[in-house]
Write a protein that binds this ligand. Structure first.
Ligand code: NAD
Length: 255
């Protein structure tokens, strides 16, 4: 299998693409640490992975909190003995996040705390373990909005994902010489609760997004996670500092 025994921490593993990552990584032989702020969601993913014959454990962690991030990595080491991959997937996109001129500071700070500080803290505690092992793969989930302007703005979210890409490059340069690779995936709009709970309420917003997409549809979680499997596996041993834009062709579409 492609991820035989690799210990992978998946943040935000209780829903959407994180849930799919837990399931597909485990199917490829990984030992999966599902982490989420929601205990019920995370535990249910662990139960479904185990029911399918996979290995998984749950640890409740709010990625924006330093003690939780430290505990998440310690739990992975205590349970499975090492950390081969960190899939930094937890993220939020609140409705109150709009243009800079009408977004309140609390919303801005909350988005930055989860989407940027969360990635920082996961890396802060996982990378030293990976350096000790001499190997590891950091996989940061950004977004296509990090590289595009949008006339329906979510400025805090956009800025947060831009920061994730910048941090990815910096880590890729710092640690590759010691065996730790860092890459990003920038998904386009994917059918998960994060996007659909919001878009389904607004047919015009949904149509606008579909019109811009040459593929004519939203992506599915497994169409992103399959790139994650590659990045966690040894097949990607020379892949470092890359940003995989997987968006059905939105970002290459002029008209
Ligand atoms: N769905 C999309 O269209 C899309 C597109 C581009 C990028 N992304 C990114 O992909 C990632 C996953 O998104 P999704 O669509 O699967 O979302 P989702 O809302 O379905 O799942 C996110 C999970 O993260 C958890 N979470 C939220 N805050 C957390 C915190 N502070 N600490 C730990 N866990 C927390 C939630 O409980 C949830 O289980 C996010 O980083 C998102 O920004 C999503």
């Amino acid at each position: 299998m492609r991820l035989d025994d690799k210990v992978t921490i998946i943040t935000g593993g209780g829903s959407g693409m994180g849930k799919t990552a837990a399931e597909l990584f485990a199917r490829e032989g990984a030992r999966v640490v599902v982490s989420d702020v929601s205990e019920a969601a995370g535990e249910s993913v662990v139960a479904s992975v185990k029911a399918a014959g996979g290995q998984a454990t749950f640890i409740r962690a709010d990625v924006s909190k330093e003690d939780d991030a430290r505990g998440m990595v310690q739990h992975a080491i205590a349970t499975f003995g090492r950390v081969d991959a960190l899939y930094n997937n937890a993220g939020i996109m609140p409705e109150a996040d709009h243009s800079v001129i009408d977004t309140d500071v609390d919303t801005w700070d909350k988005v930055m705390a989860v989407n940027v500080r969360g990635v920082f803290l996961g890396c802060k505690y996982a990378i030293p373990q990976m350096l000790e092992q001499g190997s590891g793969s950091i996989i940061n989930i950004a977004s296509f909005v990090a590289i595009l302007g949008c006339s329906v703005p979510q400025d805090a979210y956009t800025a947060s994902k831009g920061a994730v890409l910048a941090l990815t490059r910096s880590l890729a340069v710092q640690f590759a010489g010691r065996g730790v690779r860092t890459n990003a995936i920038s998904p386009g709009p994917i059918e998960t609760p994060l996007l659909m709970d919001w878009l389904l309420k607004d047919e015009a917003a949904k149509a606008l997004r579909l019109n811009r997409n040459p593929s004519g549809r939203f992506g599915k979680p497994e169409e992103i996670v399959s790139v994650g499997v590659y990045l966690a596996s040894d097949e990607s041993r020379w892949t470092n500092g890359a940003n995989f834009v997987i968006d059905g062709g939105i970002t290459v579409n002029y008209f």
